[in-house]
Design a protein around this ligand. Structure first.
Ligand code: AHG
Ligand code: MN
Ligand code: MN
Length: 364
């Protein structure tokens, strides 16, 4: 008897376990069900808000030197507890742990690796704003009995076998990809099921909405300044259309909006902290989100290269991120190329402004 609805388990079994041939992903569906269990537990904890007694600082800092909230640590432990026992994972890394967490005795070790950001946008917690969780699954080649090493995790994002995020908003949603499109499930709270509500999400190729923390503008590189300036000029500028801007301070919330209606999200390279290559972390923020965005028809770049082609050097490496609607991201990549080749002067030099005799032809 079918009720016409597709639960997460049904989707995963149909997509992965019944897939014939050499690419069958043994155990991946069961692993993703455990990840989903972590997410349901986190959703329940967050729903209690200030009544849960878990707001505020944990009075500790993580490996990035950032203050940890109590909920950063609680949600990290929820992921560990739900995912370490099932014999499918060899180890885990997270924003809130310094090194690799090898699956401990007495649990058997499996062939998969999990990287996660247990609570994204955690500055929103104390204001009851939107937060999320992000995760990435890859497979390791080494023997499953050995403890996983850091090197096992340092593989390009193109090798991920699954990625996803949870958004804890008015409704909790789980958005995942196992490499055949990006699909959204909504949590039916009273029953505890994730139900497929957004099948094969597609990001529109064009968009008039961008998201960037403009307080960093003076530290951006010229191609990003050029793009944002043109957006702000709206219909009076070379884009000849008005743009809208959003900033929620949670990558999950920004990416979710882009998957729902298009747009561009940027946390570009900047020179505020010159030793930092970017703000967001490659393994557990940029890679999984890039996988989801590409699977939905969008693009995700550092400015100059595809993020999924980047080979990580360290577990907590940061990377610039520009992702979203295909044509807008391609334009921003072109601006980086023109800047690097010194071809963008007509568009960025103060000698060439609206009152200048040197005003170039409207660029395309
Ligand atoms: P996290 O809470 O996991 O540290 O991540 C927050 C990240 C990202 O989600 C968001 O886009 C960005 O930090 C917000 O940065 P600003 O504080 O510069 O707005
Ligand atoms: Mn984050
Ligand atoms: Mn986080």
């Amino acid at each position: 008897m079918q009720d016409g609805r597709t639960t997460l388990s049904k989707f995963l079994i149909d997509t992965l376990d019944r897939k014939p041939g050499p690419h069958a992903a043994t155990g991946l569906s069961a692993l993703l069900v455990d990840v989903a269990a972590s997410i349901k537990t986190i959703a329940a904890a967050l729903t209690r808000g200030a009544l849960g007694g878990q707001h505020g600082s944990a009075l500790s800092v993580n490996t990035h030197g950032e203050e940890q909230k109590k909920l950063d640590l609680v949600t990290n432990d929820i992921f560990l507890q739900h995912c370490e026992w099932d014999g499918l994972l060899a180890g885990m890394v997270s924003e809130e742990m310094d090194g690799v967490y090898a699956v401990p005795e007495p649990y058997p070790r499996g062939e998969y690796l999990l990287a996660f950001d247990p609570l994204d946008g955690s500055s929103n917690i104390d204001i009851n704003g939107v937060v999320g969780s992000i995760f990435s699954v890859s497979r390791r080649s080494a023997s499953r009995h050995e403890a996983p090493s850091e090197a096992d995790f340092l593989r390009p994002g193109s090798e991920q076998v699954a990625a996803g995020y949870a958004i804890y908003g008015p409704a909790t949603m789980l958005v995942i990809s196992v490499g055949n499109g990006t699909h959204g499930f909504t949590l039916e709270r009273d029953v505890g099921n994730f139900v497929l509500t957004h099948s094969d999400i597609r990001i529109p190729d064009d968009s008039c909405e961008f998201a960037i923390n403009v307080s960093n503008e003076r530290f951006w590189e010229p191609p990003v300044r050029r793009y944002v300036k043109e957006c702000k000029e709206g219909r009076t500028g070379c884009r000849a259309q008005d743009f809208n801007m959003r900033w929620i301070a949670s990558m999950v919330a920004e990416v979710h909006r882009i998957l729902m209606r298009g747009g561009v999200f940027m946390y570009p390279r900047d020179f505020k902290t010159p030793e930092m290559e970017g703000r967001l972390r490659l393994l557990y923020e940029a890679n999984p989100m890039s996988f989801l965005v590409e699977q939905a028809g969008g693009l995700s770049i550092t400015g100059r290269e595809r993020i999924l082609d980047t080979t990580p050097r360290t577990l907590h490496q940061r990377v610039p991120v520009i992702l979203g609607s295909r044509n807008e991201v391609a334009r921003i990549q072109r601006y980086h190329g023109e800047y690097d080749r010194g071809e963008d002067k007509p568009f960025t030099s103060p000698l060439f402004n609206e009152r200048s005799l040197f005003l170039p032809e409207t660029p395309v």
